[in-house]
Design a protein around this ligand. Sequence first.
Ligand code: AMP
Length: 371
Amino acid sequence: MPAFRPLPPGSTIGILGGGQLGRMTALAAARLGYPCIVYAPDDHPVAAQVCAGHVRGAYEDGEALARFAAQVDVVTYEFENVPEGAVLECEKLKPVRPGVKPIHFAQHRLREKDFLRKLGIGTADYQPIRSEADIAAATALPGILKTCTEGYDGKGQARVADRAELSAAWARLGRRECILEAMVDFDCEVSAIVARGLDGATRCFPIGINGHRDGILRTTTVPSGLPATTLATAERFGVDLAQGLDLVGLVALEMFVTKDGRVLANEMAPRPHNSGHWTMDACATSQFEQLVRAICGLPLGSVEVLAPSRMENLIGDEADDWQRYLAEPTARLHLYGKAEARPGRKMGHVTYVLPGVLPAARPDASGPSTT
Ligand code: AMP
């Protein structure tokens, strides 16, 4: 007998954050009979369009957070930069899954890399940059300088060839606490998305191969076409991370595969991940349903691949082509209900579900390659 009681369908899930990840979580939850209430500071978060309720408040507003937590049975979050204080506030009233530990590490690149290393997960060489003395002593060159906090989708980063460029880049980033990571000569990027249940059971979705442009994820293709040994290492790193975080929920670990076949972790996100959107259309259980199962104490679902697939993000005005995607028989269109298509903004995605043999996976693939 499990030492915990599952939250039965009909229980209410609270989601901190109102973006597309919250929206797709709420849709998956509704399918299993769980209504969701979203907490977000904006007037019309896209998740609220599909939720039973919306509590509007700042992440620092303890009173509004308490009002939110009082209405739900379990709380999760859909972005890792939710302030720790907001999670602690909710924890006073209801379980928060995955809790404060994962965001403590995910919000700070140095802490994150130290933690990964402690778990025996490989990373590029890195060092802290907090002073001119650190720059003078820097050896992880050529490299990428990244702010420790608040960077995402390639923002708050600079590629630097030598110490002179490093010094100039650090000044441009406002002399904030940074991490310098050695440039990885990678063959491709992959991600492991791992669910861990209340009973400690883990399940990793099949590893997808990711293509980026301008620091933003563009495509994920499954199967990846990578050697089984590489995939096994990537999966082991993901599972070790989920266990190391004592996580109940989902964690995504983005990794590089080097030209000589090593796997090096880049960053983690303790929530559903863009590179797992393919699971909605081409896997027995979607990553969003898996999150709902984990946080409600249900058994985790099968991660069997139903068909080869490639997910492509629709960024900015690319979503204006919605009629073309609707006309494409292999395409499954997902739009996020965002009113305004700003450049670089994720407006939706399309998953090409390709029965039969998928053309060889290419990280930079784009378009419906059915030929
Ligand atoms: P991040 O914000 O850390 O996810 O970085 C965004 C993208 O920059 C990654 O997906 C990679 O394509 C690239 N990148 C980040 N760190 C490195 C690195 N150490 N070496 C090579 N490329 C990197």
